[in-house]
Every structure is written in C-alpha cells, then in structure tokens.
Design a binder for this molecule. Structure first.
Ligand code: NAD
Ligand code: UDP
Length: 311
C-alpha cells in the first residue's frame, strides 16, 4: 500500500508512520511543523519507503501517484497549542479535513480521521460509548478544537454517505509516550519533565478530575487494526483505566524518584471533570484492547524524557 499520513512529524503521526513502514508499506508524510518536529522522523531519512512533504493541509493538496489510504492526523492537539493557535486549529479540522477527503476521493483511497474524546466535551455520560453525542461548549476556548473535530466527523460521514467513500473515524483518548514535546503542555509530559527537573508539579484545580491514559504503542495497534478491518462508525481507542490527575502526579513523582512537591494552579475553563472510554466496540469489531498498564507505560516514557530533557 501507499498511504498519505498528515501530521507525520507529530507525536502520534510519527509512530503511525513507523507502524506502516514496519509492514512494508510506502508512506508519504505531510506536515507544516507547526507543533511537530522533523526530529520525530529523522530516523527514517534513509528509508526508501518514506518521504516527507512540507505542506499546510488547510491549503489545496497536490500530490502525484496512486494512494490506497489517507490518514488525517494533522492538528494541534495539546490544549496549550490549540488555545495559542485557535484559527489554525479550526482550519485544519475543517478545510484540512475537506482537502484530505478530496485527495482520498480523487485517488479512490480509504480515508481515516483522527478524532478525539473531546467530541464528548465535559461528558454527562460516564464512561463514554460512541453513541453518546457529547456536552460541548461551542463558544468556550476549547470549542476551537472540539467543534473542529465534530465538523471533521460530520464531513467524513457526508463523504461516506454521499460519495460512497470508504472511511474510518477513531476517537482517541489521552495518549502518552516517547516523542511527546517536553513543553507541549499535556499533563503526562508536564509532570514527568517537572519531576525530572525537581520543579513543582502543577496540578490544575483540586486534581480530582479524571483521565484515562493510553500508551502510544497500544493506541497505534488499535488504529492500524481499525484502518484495515474496521467500518465507518466512530470507534473509541484508549485505555479504560481511570485515574485522577492527583493520582497521576503521585505516581510520576514515585517513578521518577523525585523530590518535587505538588502545587495547585487554577483549573482551565471548561476542563472536563471525567473521561473514560467505553471500549466495547473496539473489542467486538477489532478484537483489540489495551495491554500496557499505566505504570509500565510511564516508566518507558520517563526513560525517553531522561534522554531528551536537560535537568
Ligand atoms: P502533535 O501536535 O504532536 O502532532 C500534530 C502534527 O500535525 C504536528 O506535526 C503538526 O506540525 C501537524 N500539523 C498541524 N497543523 C497542520 C497543518 N495545517 N498542515 C500540516 N500539518 C499540520 O499532536 P498529536 O498528539 O500527535 O495528535 C495527532 C492527532 O491525533 C491530532 O489530530 C489530534 O487531534 C489527535 N488526537 C491526539 C490525542 C493525544 O492524546 N495525543 C488525543 C486525541 C486526538
Ligand atoms: N493538567 C494538570 N497540570 C498540568 C497539565 C494538565 O493538572 O500541568 C490537567 C488538566 O487540567 C486536565 C488533565 O490534566 O484536567 C489533562 O490535561 P491535558 O492537557 O493532558 O489533556 P486534556 O484531557 O485536558 O485535553
């Protein structure tokens, strides 16, 4: 297969590139490096099966050759990134999704959308099954990301229904692992970097809000299976172990062996109080479930950050 992966220089995109290359496929990566880095794919510079194209996918995409798949992963994903880049985030979720759907249609390729658990907003149903329509504030600061992804899902389903395009939608729950940017602001990278440096661990609010953290290898395996064996309905992929942010902070401090103390900082506007995927559909459809427990995944991630972070 020859596939186009947008956001290929990002955290998840780069791991997905590795997964396709491992099975002998040819990958065109596309990125404008707005939140990603060439370092994430530098190990592939000699690979004959990989090429990296610098392009903003919110603009028309002109790509030669046949394609079997288009996987649209380009988008700022960390709250601090999308709050700093609100218009770019709305554009890549809307225009970028339209352009990548257009490429898939022109090439008669399968389309795969990276959506998010944020489509459920601050969920009133817990855990969240795919049938839940969500509880999103469209005019709050997070709306730029949540609504862009909700539009992207609607656009993907319209291409599926109207044009008969073969499509997939994954709703990704908080994922962590090597190649996260040390300063990208997400909770796992923040806490590990703070613990390694002996800086205060910044818990927002009272730390009683929950998240369910998935190690990147588990996520990529679920995505790969969904691409090959799934259907058009959205599928949650994540880990259904649920932890408070406070529990995560304590665990990171223990694993790093750090002297860092916890400090409480204000809770961001519209920060979801709870989040946990219902993984029934992923299990039934793909025979997939997460395998790597939080403690083991964090240990691997701490090893990575020990190498890249100056303490
Ligand atoms: P990331 O910021 O590391 O990667 C995103 C990549 O997209 C970056 O390399 C960035 O430069 C690129 N990009 C952004 N706008 C672009 C544009 N207009 N044109 C070309 N490239 C562009 O983030 P990530 O964590 O790897 O997230 C990847 C995808 O997965 C995103 O679509 C995100 O919404 C989704 N997602 C991630 C998580 C998670 O926990 N990591 C959770 C839910 C959804
Ligand atoms: N958070 C925190 N301290 C940090 C960064 C994040 O307490 O330094 C909290 C944040 O308020 C949220 C949770 O951790 O409740 C997860 O935040 P993240 O930005 O990783 O992802 P989100 O799930 O909010 O998109």
């Amino acid at each position: 297969m020859r596939v186009l992966i947008t956001g290929a220089a990002g955290f998840l995109g780069s791991h997905l590139v590795d997964r396709f290359l491992k099975d002998g496929h040819v990958v065109v990566g596309m990125d404008n490096f707005i939140t990603g880095s060439k370092d994430n794919v530098r190990h592939l510079h000699a690979s004959e099966n990989f090429e990296l194209v610098e392009h903003d996918v919110s603009k028309f995409i002109d790509l030669g050759g046949d394609l079997d798949g288009v996987l649209h992963f380009a988008s700022p994903a960390s709250p601090i990134d999308y709050l700093e880049l609100p218009i770019q985030t709305l554009k890549v979720g809307s225009l970028g999704t339209h352009n990548t759907l257009g490429v898939a249609k022109a090439k008669n390729a399968r389309f795969f959308l990276a959506s998010t658990s944020e489509v459920y907003g601050d969920p009133a149903v817990h855990p969240q099954p795919e049938s839940y329509w969500g509880h999103v504030n469209p005019v709050g600061p997070r709306g730029v990301y949540d609504e862009a992804k909700r539009f992207a899902e609607a656009m993907t389903m319209a291409y599926h229904r109207y044009h008969g395009l073969d499509t997939r939608i994954v709703r990704i729950f908080n994922t962590y692992g090597p190649r996260m940017r040390p300063g990208d602001g997400r909770v796992v990278s923040n806490f590990i970097v703070q613990a390694l440096r002996g800086d205060p661990i910044t818990v927002y609010g009272d730390g009683e809000q929950t998240r369910s953290f998935c190690y990147v290898d588990d996520l990529v395996e679920g995505i790969y299976r969904l691409f090959h064996d799934g259907g058009a309905d959205p599928v949650n992929i994540g880990n259904d172990g649920e932890f408070t942010v406070r529990e995560l902070a304590d665990l990171v401090v223990r694993l790093v062996g750090s002297e860092s103390k916890i400090v409480l900082e204000p809770l961001p506007v519209d920060d979801p109080k709870q989040r946990r995927p219902d993984l029934t559909r992923a299990g039934d459809m793909l025979g997939w479930g997460p395998k790597i427990p939080l403690e083991e995944g964090l240990q691997r991630t701490v090893e990575y950050f020990r190498q890249v972070v100056r303490t």
